[in-house]
Design a protein around this ligand. Structure first.
Ligand code: BTN
Length: 250
């Protein structure tokens, strides 16, 4: 790894694994600080809501392990930190900020298709949240076929397919890791408000009608904002609804 690696962050490049999230969980106890784990192949990569995640060779797959969290209550905000870092890395590598947008809660879009996803997993000690794994998958070279996504979901796209740019997973990490460290530093120094503002400036479909699919309910309304705790705020005919977790459909 050349370039400017963020001070205090470790790096563990692996070959074939079941999932970098599994590696994060197994290795977190021995880590002394935040550590990026990458893999060239994952045999059981997972996405949000128990879905499988396709990881063809040439795509980026990593888990950033935060083995100790000073403030466990802010753990979920890391999906905003990671999304802003991904957006910054994409913009740096392509010079095309206008092509990318952020979709609540944790997808990155390129030309309206999904190019990257984030999956947070808690790390617990004796039932207490003590750390966090941030799994990140980026379709650099290949997008999985449309049949790999659920009906109504945005089509997967790849960076190569949409822009013609060949970016290696190593080069992507070299852009992403410092960007993540900067946004994490901003969260620590200034709090979530500055990230919330930055995220909203890059949000897809702000002000539009969207549908949030929750385990037992679908809520359709106007996407007003994201609140101070990271919840999605929709205006519906029955009033304002704040949504902590769910999938959003446009
Ligand atoms: O559903 C999503 O959008 C989240 C996808 C997260 C995929 C990444 S790839 C690296 C890490 N390891 C996994 O098994 N999943 C995450």
């Amino acid at each position: 790894m050349s370039g400017t690696w963020p001070p205090g962050y470790g790096y563990l490049p692996l070959g074939e694994v079941t999932s970098t999230l599994d590696e994060g969980r197994a290795r977190a106890g021995a880590m002394t600080g935040p550590t990026w784990i990458t893999a060239t192949h994952q045999t059981q990569a997972r996405g949000r809501r128990g879905r499988a995640w396709a990881h063809p060779a040439g795509n980026f797959a990593a888990t950033l392990v935060l083995p100790r969290l000073d403030d466990p209550d802010s753990a979920a905000l890391r999906s905003f930190v990671a999304a802003l870092a991904l957006d910054e890395a994409f913009t740096m590598l392509t010079g095309r900020a206008d092509a990318f947008a952020l979709k609540w809660p944790n997808d990155v879009l390129l030309n309206g298709g999904k190019v990257a996803g984030i999956l947070l997993e808690s790390l617990t000690t004796r039932g207490r949240l003590t750390g966090l794994s941030i799994g990140i998958g980026v379709n650099l070279a290949h997008a999985p076929g449309g049949d790999a996504v659920e009906p109504g979901a945005l089509p997967p796209v790849s960076l190569m397919g949409e822009t013609g740019l060949a970016v290696s997973p190593e080069d992507f990490l070299e852009a992403l890791a410092p960007a993540y460290a900067r946004w994490e530093g901003q969260l620590a120094t200034y709090g979530f408000e500055s990230l919330r503002t930055a995220w909203l400036a890059r949000a897809a479909r702000l002000g539009d009608q969207v549908t949030a699919r929750l385990p037992n309910e679908e809520i359709t309304g106007t996407f007003r904002t994201v609140d101070a705790t990271g919840q999605l705020v929709l205006s519906t005919p029955k009033g304002e609804r704040c949504i902590a977790a769910g999938d959003v459909f446009f």
